[in-house]
Structures are given as C-alpha cells and as structure tokens.
Design a protein around this ligand. Structure first.
Ligand code: SF4
Length: 258
C-alpha cells in the first residue's frame, strides 16, 4: 500500500508575524534601489524578471535599460523582427528567455494588449512559470501573491523547514505552502514582503556564506548554527541549544496570518 505523503509545514501565526516585522524593518533600511522596484509597469517588471532568471542583478542592469530603450513597450516588442530582439538580448545568454518574451508580447498584443494580473492567467503565457507569475502579479499589480525563487526557497528552508529536501517536488511544495502562510493581509504589504524575502536571500542569507550575525531573523531561525562554512564574527556566537522546533504540520496551507 502506498505511504501517505508527509504533511505540509505550518508556521504558527505569531511566529509568522514576528518574522515579517523583523524582515520588513530590515528591508526598509537595507533595500537596494533597483529600477524595477520604482515601477509598477507590468511590461517592465516582466522584462526584469525574465532577465533576472539565472543572472545576477549587477549584470542585468545595463541590459535592462538598453532593452527598454529599444523596446519601450509591449507593442514595440511585438512588432520587432526576431533578429532585432536577439540582438538586444545578445550577451545576456539563455536566449530562450528572449524568444519567450517576444512570443509573449505577440500573444498578448494579438489578444487585448493587457498583461494578465493573476498568477493563474500569467502562467498560461510563454516562459512564465509559477515564480515569474507570482512576481508579476505581486510587483506589477500589488496582488496578494506568493513567490518562491532560489533565494526565497533558501531563506524559508533554513528558517522554517530545514528538515525538507528543498529541491524535491515535495520540498518545494512545502516551501510554497510556507510562503503563502507568511503573506501579509494586503497586496501592498505583500509587495514589500516578497521584495524583502528576495533581498534577504540575495544579501544576507546567501548560499555559501550566510551572514547570520547580521541577520534580522536569526532569532527563530532553525539553521542559525547549522549552515556549513558560514563566517563567524562579533555577535555571531554559536547557540548553546538547538533552535526550538516550533513549526507544526498540516496537510494543506490555510488562511493567511494577521
Ligand atoms: S540566521 Fe543565518 S541561516 Fe538563518 S536566515 Fe539568517 S542568514 Fe540565513
């Protein structure tokens, strides 16, 4: 008889609230000023999100500005010849992203010209997966939508669920469930929350050398002493006791925290 799958993790609401409070306060002080954080234009957000897939921010910045100077909106991109799009993307790599973006522009322009605003509808477009759909819904439309990219997965895994295998299908499902539980009540606050999670993963809870001593969510993090190779510094002493196992389990994600 097949074994029933392990239940999905549950973050107690008060713990989620504490996590959000610390994370958002840190973000307000430390967020980088990035051009795609200054706009709610869905086309510009989409371009940035596709460019950022598997590519570092510092590398994307130049390409982002040049691409938008050449194709300032969806209709100019839709009307372009494939060779022109390829030229504008040259040097950034992973050309499938440019092909998908071009196909998406043509598909949306041939319909009503409006980039959809829900994760479900966005995922029906070429090259848009669950993460990108959540990012566009949240960052362009300020929808209350969860997202899990590599940075967010790492943070949620370390803080709330180090017992799951983050690259397995089941582990990813668990991390998405946690991301949904942690969303604030409003779409506007979710914008800040999602940006903050990604920023923490990019600047503090990095893959190889997490800066636990400077981390705003170290209290309550279940991996604060457990990540191999992390640097040690002042205020960064090992904990005498292992972190509290406060995450309960349940089979489905439920109502949002306060
Ligand atoms: S305490 Fe360390 S492992 Fe935990 S979230 Fe912060 S940087 Fe990551």
């Amino acid at each position: 008889m097949p074994r029933s799958p392990a239940p999905l993790p549950v973050v107690p609401p008060e713990e989620g609230q504490r996590f959000r409070r610390r994370l958002h306060a840190w973000y307000r002080r430390h967020a980088r000023d990035l051009p795609w954080r200054r706009t709610r234009d869905p086309y510009r957000i989409l371009v940035s999100e596709l460019m950022l897939q598997q590519t570092q921010v510092s590398r994307v910045l130049d390409f982002y500005h040049r691409f938008l100077a050449r194709f300032p909106d969806l209709s100019s991109l839709a009307a372009a010849r494939p060779q022109r799009v390829r030229e504008a993307w040259a040097g950034l790599g992973y050309y499938a992203r440019a092909r998908n973006l071009h196909a998406l522009a043509r598909q949306v322009t041939a319909a009503d010209g409006a980039i959809p605003d829900t994760p479900e509808a966005l995922q029906a477009l070429p090259g848009v997966g669950a993460y990108t759909a959540g990012a566009v819904a949240s960052f362009a439309y300020e929808r209350r939508a969860a997202l899990v990219d590599t940075n967010v997965a790492r943070v949620l895994h370390r803080v709330f669920a180090p017992e799951v295998a983050p690259k397995s299908g089941r582990g990813l499902k668990a991390l998405w469930a946690i991301a949904e539980q942690l969303l604030p009540r409003t779409g506007r606050a979710s914008w800040t929350h999602n940006q903050a999670l990604m920023e923490l993963g990019a600047l503090v809870c990095t893959a190889r050398a997490p800066k636990c001593g400077a981390c705003p969510v170290r209290q309550g993090c279940r991996s604060v002493d457990a990540v191999p190779g992390r640097p040690r510094g002042p205020g960064d002493e090992p904990r005498a006791t292992p972190p509290r196992a406060g995450v309960r389990s349940r089979r489905r994600s439920g109502s949002p925290p306060a």
